[in-house]
Design a protein around this ligand. Sequence first.
Ligand code: GLN
Ligand code: ZN
Length: 757
Amino acid sequence: MSTTAAPFTATILGSPRIGPNRELKRAVEKYWAGRIDRAELAAVAATLRRDTWESLVAAGLDSVPVNTFSYYDQVLDTAVLVGALPQRVAGVADELDRYFAAARGNDAIAPLEMTKWFDTNYHYIVPEIGPDTAFSLNPAKVVGELDEAVAQGVPARPVFVGPITFLALAKAVDGADTPITRLDELVGVYAELLELLADRGVPWVQLDEPVLVTDGLQNAAELAERTYARLGGRAKRPAIFVSTYFGELTDSLPALARTPVEAIGVDLVAGNSSAVAAAPELADKLVVAGVVDGRNVWRTDLEKALGTLAALAGSAEAVAVSTSCSTLHVPYTLDAEHDIDAALRSWLAFGFEKVTEVVALSRGLRDGREAIGAEIAASDAAIASRKADPRLNNAAVRGRISEIVASGAQRGPADQRRAAQQDRLNLPALPTTTIGSYPQTTAIRVARAELRSGKIDAAEYERRMKAEIADVIKLQEELGLDVLVHGEPERNDMVQYFAEQLDGFFATQNGWVQSYGSRCVRPPILYGDVARPKPMTVDWITYAQSLTDKPVKGMLTGPVTILAWSFVRDDQPLAETAAQVALAIRDETVDLESAGIAIIQVDEPALRELLPLRSKDKEPYLRWAVDAFRLSTSGVADSTQIHTHLCYSEFGEVIGAIAELDADVTSIEAARSHMEVLGDLNAVGFSNSVGPGVYDIHSPRVPGIEEMATSLREALEAVPAERLWVNPDCGLKTRSTDEVTASLQNLVAAAEEVRAG
Ligand code: GLN
Ligand code: ZN
């Protein structure tokens, strides 16, 4: 290694930052609401950083990531670092408020876009690079956090999103060239940053380049080699650790290894071990071996991980033990779970437990297997208990899946279904409907809180939810919508609601994970074979249907989305787990149908999210995803209409799969992309019905009749009237009842106007 920094031996790539009790979420939201001032917010943030570092040092890490704290998002932090915030926020004088304006917008400023971070459910802010974006170094945040860490005696290693990944994730605006064309210029700013860190005596810097494990960039390996040859060639700099995660590096691994950087991080949970073993260029590098899964919750097989580490020791100058990625994606600690059976607990490791695994493995690597004999024995016992647990092997479920799959799991041809459904439903042309949820009213929130605290019992809760359903049905009848929904008041979350009722899932009490900004989610843990002890939605839906003569849609979450928003077992292929979830959903559709429900929607908003990062893996994924959806929806008669709903994404790469889902009606986000998705669907031969969203529910703005009528006329150029539905972009739960009422009034009026010709 060319710099004088000593190699470290045990680290993690980043950690959760929202606070063990979501302290940062609360503080930031209070600050936004004007209820606390800047100083109070800053104090909460500083305390969280201090506590995090303290626990990482105490656990035994000898290099600790800093600058991984964020008030909102690390990509937005990087935009600030390199001076790449858009012009439109420049007028906000205060630095922190400017940052929040970029993230969230305000009355006068549109926010930056937000999208998913690789194949996770974390969302980052998409930087905008225009022709006038002039990069310049703005290191205040990292300098401040470094000062704190150094004062605390922490072996600090500042972490940044690397220049290639930053530009690959950015979006060109105002006619600028694709951002990656600005790489050389941006690398100049990073060079300045390295110099500043060297001046401050920083021994190691971590530059995250996860984009190198995707096929999203042409000539990624070449860009990596050029960039890190240049940064590595700087005279005045800390030792450089280029970290990658979420997948296999392929040709970027030897490319990085040919540069003068001192350390390379590889995700060994996602693969890479044979590539590392076969790369002679690594002989003078520190390999930071991500053997502890940073994004899932399973306890590490220490014996196996130690074997992997030992095998690497021959190919590298030194090996450090690490998590595969930042533990941002898992909850803080298992200690916060009080209601979990001993067996399940023994199978799990959350953020803090992963740190102790890393430390144990680094000790084992240094001092030999015997030095961690006790830890290995505990890990072996947990693995044996998991293998033997009957909850992981439900023969009835497995048998039924094979039977259904063997018998074909097919519905009738689409035109036969269409005719049978039209006979049964007798809907007008351009039927109007909504996506499922209605506003989460205060009454709903209060009822949920009172149920949790024991102030009301289940019967009272049910009574209040039914009152909400009755209100929503009445509202929809008054509005004149054609296909109604029950409004989903009883659902805390579209995945957790089902997870709580299915065998094989564990819903955590405190397993919060940052999804974006101050928003956190609590993904359930899918640990065993999935089975449905009893119907989950039938009572609510039939109650709603009893209040109206219009059809009420049954509302379910699809198997892919349930997997995407859970921590999923890692002991069998995802496809098998998806089929089990699909079977439970299928049973629910059959029960809804038997109860007289004529339309059932199976939502798959996360279809795009699970799409693998490497091209070769995409087709097999889409195959099983489509199969799971079809398994879940093929148990009903041709006269029962199956809907699906998709949103939150660029559909480009999954458009063929959307067609293959073969839902009778697909509602899909389209308002922001101006109906383009309809042409794309036509291009792949899609010929079922479609409801392109005619207004964007993410904005409080009430859309006018004329603008929605115009959208519908545009849609009619791509889709004939008998196949076109009219609906918003997504569910309405984040909006107010006033906004929803006004918007839907206009939506119905727009549909009537266009029907009239
Ligand atoms: N049915 C769900 C709802 O309306 C769909 C949510 C989603 O697409 N994410 O809330
Ligand atoms: Zn949606």
